[in-house]
Design a protein around this ligand. Structure first.
Ligand code: NAD
Ligand code: IPM
Ligand code: MN
Length: 356
């Protein structure tokens, strides 16, 4: 089981270190190799995704990723910015299916910003298409406007686009995931305005006919954003495009108590996967030893389940995380009166201990 370990920038190194502790404690035959990615790779090699890092990732059975990015790189040319590393990995490895499960553990019901009754027992799965949409659509750039409201003015543009096979394959992923859950899929779009998302909706409906046992409904993204904080438990599987999925998954993270709790898996057609927390490099708290490592530790559990065929070990980690929360240990992002505040490393140590 070859794991490429790419900690990245900011809190990336701190949280990945804790996930590695947990993986080491499982005593399974992992071969782990680390490489630089993001801003740290740019500093060392002049590129956020060096060839050697990409090669390591391609040859691994799974990739454990921390986070990339820092404000200090915001002035670099776009191809050199840290975020291009994660986008490049997703594109180069064809990691089109992004699973972001928003589960509110009972111990954290009080940590959410919503009323307990709205989120107790919450378990929804956001499936985000990850290699298409306005993120990757060409053309894009800056130019002098030839038309529009201000012809002759400087303007910038991106292209939102989806091909039929791209929508079909993420639709199949969503319907198949729903079959293992409560057999309901909500496809989130903006078909009332955007051609791309009318097409998305049409293709979802067409693929849905192959899954008569799964109920499909459609919702506009603005309404979905509202419903997520009004009645989140009404959802089960949400499938949506790259950009809407980015935004809705950060919103959903607060339902679980904190952005520091939301893991993710990004899979390709060969079930090779990249596993990373849904959050970023959190430059505001980097280096302070206070970041919540649980999203990364739970991402490692998803890695064991999806790419390494180690379901029992995955469950051991998830149980250990719940046990630590049950002991009242909390990093500052989920801390509340009556619980015990701990740092990143103490949280990781506690999970290792709880593995038994
Ligand atoms: P962010 O997710 O890094 O941080 C948002 C807020 O959440 C911050 O206040 C941060 O302190 C907090 N936070 C995030 N993770 C936390 C954790 N584990 N524990 C406790 N608090 C946590 O988003 P941002 O501030 O918008 O972006 C910072 C940088 O990260 C940017 O350069 C951005 O591009 C990058 N980013 C990278 C990824 C990735 O690598 N996949 C994802 C998102 C953002
Ligand atoms: C995420 C991040 C990335 C995205 C950025 C850093 C490119 O926000 O993984 O959610 O927008 O996909
Ligand atoms: Mn995001």
């Amino acid at each position: 089981m070859k794991i490429a370990v790419l900690p990245g920038d900011g809190i990336g190194t701190e949280i990945v270190a804790e996930a590695i502790k947990v993986l080491d404690a499982l005593d399974l035959p992992f071969e782990m190799e680390s490489a630089l990615v993001g801003g740290t790779a740019f500093e060392a090699h002049g590129h956020p995704l060096p060839e050697s890092t990409l090669k390591l990732a391609k040859e691994a059975d799974a990739i454990l990723f921390g986070a990339v990015g820092d404000w200090k790189y915001d002035k670099l040319d776009r191809p050199l910015r840290p975020e291009q590393a994660i986008l490049g990995l997703r594109k180069n490895l064809g990691l089109f299916a992004n699973f972001r499960p928003a589960i509110c553990y009972e111990q954290l019901v009080g940590a959410s910003s919503l009323k307990p009754e709205l989120i107790a027992g919450l378990d929804i799965l956001i499936i985000r298409e990850l290699t298409g949409d306005i993120y990757f659509g060409q053309p894009r750039g800056r130019r002098v406007a030839a038309d529009g409201h201000f012809p002759g003015a400087e303007e910038a543009f991106d292209t939102m686009r989806y091909s039929k096979p791209e929508i079909e394959r993420i639709a199949h992923v969503a319907f198949q995931a729903a079959r293992k859950r409560s057999k309901r899929v909500t496809s989130v779009d903006k078909a009332n305005v955007l051609e791309t998302f009318q097409f998305w909706k049409d293709v979802m409906t067409e693929v849905g006919q192959q899954y008569p046992d799964v109920a499909l409904d459609h919702m506009y993204v603005d309404n979905a954003a509202m419903q997520l904080v009004k009645a989140p438990k009404a959802f089960d599987v949400i499938v949506t495009g790259n950009m809407f999925g980015d935004i809705l998954s950060d919103e959903a993270s607060m339902l679980t108590g904190s952005i520091g709790m939301l893991p993710s898996a990004s899979l390709n057609a060969k079930n090779q996967g990249l596993y990373e927390p849904s959050h970023g490099s959190a430059p505001d708290i980097a280096g302070k030893g206070v970041a919540n490592p649980l999203a990364t530790i739970l991402s490692a559990a998803m890695m064991l389940r999806f790419s390494l065929n180690q379901e029992a070990a995955a469950q051991r980690i998830e149980t250990a995380v719940q046990s630590v929360l049950g002991q009242g240990l909390r990093t500052p992002d989920i801390f509340s009166a009556g619980t015990t505040k701990v740092g990143t490393a103490e949280m990781g140590d506690a999970v290792v201990k709880a593995l038994g």
